[in-house]
Write a protein that binds this ligand. Sequence first.
Ligand code: BEZ
Length: 211
Amino acid sequence: MALRLGDIAPDFSAETSEGKINFHEYLGNGWGVLFSHPADFTPVCTTELGAVAKLRDEFSKRNTKVIALSVDGLENHKSWIGDINETQNTIVNFPIIADKDRKVSELYDMIHPNASENFTVRSVFIVGPDKKVKLMITYPASTGRNFDELLRVIDSLQLTANYSVATPANWNHGEDVIVVPAIKTEDIPAKFPKGHKVIKPYLRTTPQPDL
Ligand code: BEZ
């Protein structure tokens, strides 16, 4: 059955550019991003993996490990990493799964035959410390992903994991957040002492509580 939000992210062991990895062990107690790309030695994928490498400190700050995947083999991955480092001015600092037998791609439904029989689409999964899937997005092969958006989602998920808040459209770290409907308006001051606004009885905002 297809994977859904809230499901346990299926565990697996796989060969990667950094050796054999067990997914759940690799994530440890932190957050994770598992993302697939269609193929090695392709232009959009080259820019994507370079972009992720450059965000290493941002992912680390958020206690988040990343791991990439394609159905290419290990030798291709290793050779392509040289090209990524050279052309994107970075050093690839995360493992790339060599999923030649499609074991992981099938586990995560990353091959969409009506898009391509042979290649994984651009899937993204964010996994929480409880190993549950928190986000799934699928992009077409022709569109390189916005990895700043993934950082923004991780910020939102980490905030909402700790406080009774949700984040509004286009929210960014530091901006006001929404108090969830389960909190009564009269209980807001005790829970959110930084203040709040009641725009409608169902739309209450407060400054980001963890700053
Ligand atoms: C790319 O990464 O450039 C790419 C891969 C597959 C199809 C189209 C573009």
